[in-house]
Design a protein around this ligand. Structure first.
Ligand code: HAM
Length: 429
């Protein structure tokens, strides 16, 4: 039997040239993210990969596609319904409440990275297991916090040197705003119901605001004349949104107000935003998005504290980086690649490698070395910085040939000087 990876999943590999599946690229992206979190003073939180299914139904919202259609749900051995997490916010809120984090302090800035699972039709930019960076700020309702979160997302993309991106922003107000708006939207859509796409027809009763971000051309045409939620905002929500836009202007963050941006999860109030790529096509062009959720914690049985956050998809970010041909650092190879020919040389190499590794110098040995040229080309493939050749000739003379693989320079070093010579070279880097 031939085993194959399930559909919509992928492996991340040591070498996958020109692809987002190369581990080196993930490590680079993760290092930029970890530094960003430090610079914005976020603390890391790690929550489990699966939770009780109810959490996602309550947290993400039973009418959202993510919870109603895309959950990976299974019964455990005690017949309890569990689901792989489709996103991180609900789990972080559960952990926040369960561990009483609000007792320690009222204001928290948290971030997480890891795999999420959504059973959807796989295609480029859409996977059944994808990875997110997510951030959540809990305990402050002010527009300045909205601006900080948005600035962090924009700064991430700037640090990655991504250019063809657009920040979309909207306010969907509070519950009362949305109740009034839904009514107006339904009144507007009713005469056009028969002309809507099947998907939008299905959303008409369940979640009409999601019709607004339909990608169907017919729907889009109908929606051109739809009422704007911005005309339904309460005074407080309007003020919050205006203040936020003013602050974004001051911070020189470019945005486009998109009154049709509603996002696919049920927990948002007021500010919602998304960063879309002009390079990634179609429905999969969203690199990251988020918004404010002022009643989620309370609705999950926690303290009455507001929150705001975003998540971005690491696959989509890497794919966009590759498409935009932005910089990725070269894969680091070992500092030294030892090429011993013969048994004595091999023994010598093993002891030398042990000593150098003990001094935190990265070393590898070609234990099957037979032909120097072949081993040297292996060293190049590994991106090794230097090679150390120990052939018969060298063993007899008690010297080793040290070769700088960048400069292609070679010199002979006496055995007794070898360790100091290599340590010196390494620490002078
Ligand atoms: P989301 O918009 O559902 O938000 O997902 C965030 C990002 O994850 C998307 O913008 C996209 O880049 C990526 N993504 C989502 N689904 C897939 C998929 N099937 N394949 C590849 N990438 C995908 C959330 O998850 C919210 N929890 C964000 C948030 C945090 N809101 C407040 N706090």
């Amino acid at each position: 039997m031939k085993y194959q990876i399930p559909k919509g999943l992928f492996d991340i590999l040591p070498n996958a040239k020109e692809s987002f599946k190369e581990v080196n690229r993930w490590q680079y992206l993760e290092s930029i993210i970890n530094k960003l979190a430090i610079d914005y003073n976020f603390e890391e939180i790690r929550v489990p990969i699966f939770e009780k299914t109810e959490l996602f139904l309550r947290g993400v919202g039973a009418t959202s596609d993510i919870a109603s259609k895309e959950l990976y749900t299974f019964l455990d051995k005690a017949k309890r319904s569990m689901s792989l997490r489709p996103e991180g916010t609900a789990s972080v809120m559960r952990a926040f409440i369960e561990n009483n984090l609000s007792q320690e302090k009222k204001f928290h800035k948290l971030y997480y990275m890891g795999p999420m699972f959504r059973y959807d039709r796989p295609q480029k930019g859409r996977y059944r297991q994808h990875h997110q960076l997510g951030v959540e700020i809990i305990g402050d309702k002010s527009f300045e916090i909205d601006a900080e979160v948005i600035d962090m997302l924009v700064t991430l993309f700037k640090r990655l040197e991504l250019k063809n991106l657009k920040l979309l922003i909207n306010s969907i107000g509070d519950l009362e705003t949305r109740t009034n708006y839904k009514k107006a939207l339904l009144d507007f859509l009713k005469p056009n119901f028969e002309n809507l796409s099947e998907e939008s027809k299905a959303r008409f009763d369940k979640n009409p605001m999601r019709i607004l971000d339909s990608k169907d051309e017919r729907d889009k045409k109908i929606l051109k004349e739809a009422p704007s939620i911005l005309d339904f905002l309460s005074d407080a929500a309007k003020k919050h949104f205006e203040n936020l836009l003013n602050l974004l202007d001051k911070l020189d963050i470019k945005y486009e107000v998109d009154s049709k941006l509603v996002r696919g999860l049920d927990y948002y109030d007021d500010t919602v935003f998304e960063v879309v790529s002009e390079k990634l096509g179609g429905a999969q062009n969203s690199l990251g998005g988020g918004g404010r959720y002022n009643s989620l914690l309370k609705s999950l049985g926690g303290p009455d504290l507001p929150g705001i956050g975003f998540a971005c998809g690491l696959e989509r970010i890497l794919q966009t980086m590759i498409e935009e041909e932005v910089y990725f650092p070269e894969k680091e190879g070992p500092f030294l690649y030892i090429i011993p020919i013969g048994e004595d040389a091999k023994d010598f190499a093993i002891l030398l490698a042990k000593d150098l590794r003990h001094h935190k110098i990265s070393v590898d040995i070609d234990l099957n070395a037979k032909k120097i040229q072949k081993s040297l080309s292996l060293a190049d493939k590994l991106n090794a910085k230097n090679a150390l050749i120990l052939a018969d000739d060298e063993m007899q003379k008690k010297v080793a040939s040290f070769k700088n693989l960048d400069k292609r320079e070679q010199q002979e070093i006496k055995f007794e000087d070898l360790k100091n010579f290599i340590r010196d070279k390494f620490y002078k880097l």
